[in-house]
Design a protein around this ligand. Sequence first.
Ligand code: F6P
Length: 549
Amino acid sequence: MSSLRSSPEWQALARHWRTLRGTTLKQLFDADAQRGTRLTAEGAGLYLDYSKNLVTGETLRLLQKLATARGVFARRDAMFHGDKINETERRAVLHVALRAPRGERIVVDGKDVVPEVHAVLDRMAAFSDKVRLGEWRGHSGKAIRNVVSIGIGGSDLGPVMAYEALKHYSRRDMTFRFISNVDPVDFVEATRDLAAEETLFIVCSKTFTTLETLTNAHAARGWCLQQLGGNETAVAKHFVAVSTNAAEVEKFGIDTANMFGFWDWVGGRYSMDSAIGLSTMLAIGSEAFRDMLAGFHAMDEHFKTTPAERNLPLLMGLLSIWYNDFFGAQTVAVLPYAQYLKRFPAYLQQLTMESNGKHVTLDGRHVEVATGPIYWGEPGTNGQHSFYQLIHQGTRLIPCDFIGFDHSLTSMDGQHGLLMANLIAQTEALAFGKTPAQVRAEGTPEWLVPHRVCEGNRPTNTLMGERLTPHTLGALVALYEHSVFTQGAIWNIDSFDQWGVELGKQLAQKVIPQLQDSQEPKLEHDSSTNALIRRYRRARNPTAQRTLG
Ligand code: F6P
């Protein structure tokens, strides 16, 4: 693909940015009384107000032209069609097939994959019904009351986030825990008060070779067998696996009859709506899980069919490009005004940064512009009393996504009003700030005026839904998935590989025996790494080290 920076569309945006950068949000709003209702769009049950962004109609027109010139729409269609757009791994990118309704046809390598998706969903539903009804019995004949999902990265962040987000709809008489870190503390804390005879482990790993997951799965098996009298047949009653790798699942000792599969065309960070979401289904039930899939699908359809000027993921992706590459913003803050979404920013970090943290284009050339902004955030209102100060008065531009709902899932609706008032007030404060004249009018002494001035002009998106339901959550996740896609397509990078993660994994494999071997290892790292290894060995075994000199 031709150079991004020197393309006429990019150049036009750069010229436009130079003319617009001195314009304030206040001026934009003063010039157009309808702006707050005009620059809005709706799709899949979500309302997006993007009026408080540093854009004009011309900016949006130029960004849309850029999207066309960079082949975003053709690439989107190729993704939905099952083409192998994950070029470095030579794979199709078909998380959209995970939520395709029964009867839809999506062909990969000559095979319609939708029937297989529904076959797995049906098996998951049958299994989850059995567990929820108390019909799936543990080794000692007791029903399952605890579900522990073991996985990491995409095999953990989605399930944890979805469980927290949809807790309102979950079985409160069951306990759900998640273990991801190889730090043994994670395992010990998650299991310390559980009885193995009532516990089901779901081992989630696409590859079934991930160090952290396999280590924790072995620890879980040992913990279970110790409590259940060492009888290996207990494993079948207390372990199920979610993976694409049947051979490794079998090697671990889980009967493949208790395995739920998915496919190489589902990326780890795009897999919470596959069998990786089995814990979600066990928590909320198969009907609610299907509602979540319907929400994903509604946003897929919106992305596929809605004209650019009203297309939520496209608009959000293009706005992110605008701030990242023209204004030089390095981060995006995601601020859900919904305590249930407390894990949503952490989930988004993998989705956005593992996808678009790339330094070369698909043709292997170094990218010409900054890619992958840093996504971060915390629920409001807590963040307001922590880092918002920097967003309001710091020296960096931090575009923010505010997320809120019309109705609370509690009966404390008055208190919900306080929450939403804060959301709305923050977007107003960030956009329009407080001028020196306004500060003086409050009787502020002159020396204090500069400290109390808020410049404003801080851009925000506001996303609103009616209430947080499984359907809304699906739509919200798909919205960000497709926004990430849009950004990656503009940059012409592979948003679906993650080669950078490999190096650390390989080096860890080398260091593990160097920490554990009883014989002093021959170390050939740099002097810092060698010293750290020696220091750790000395700390663990001072006597041996003294003898060795
Ligand atoms: O950290 C890299 C990664 O490959 C992620 O992309 C993935 O979500 C995670 O590891 C877990 O991988 P697996 O599901 O194969 O255990």
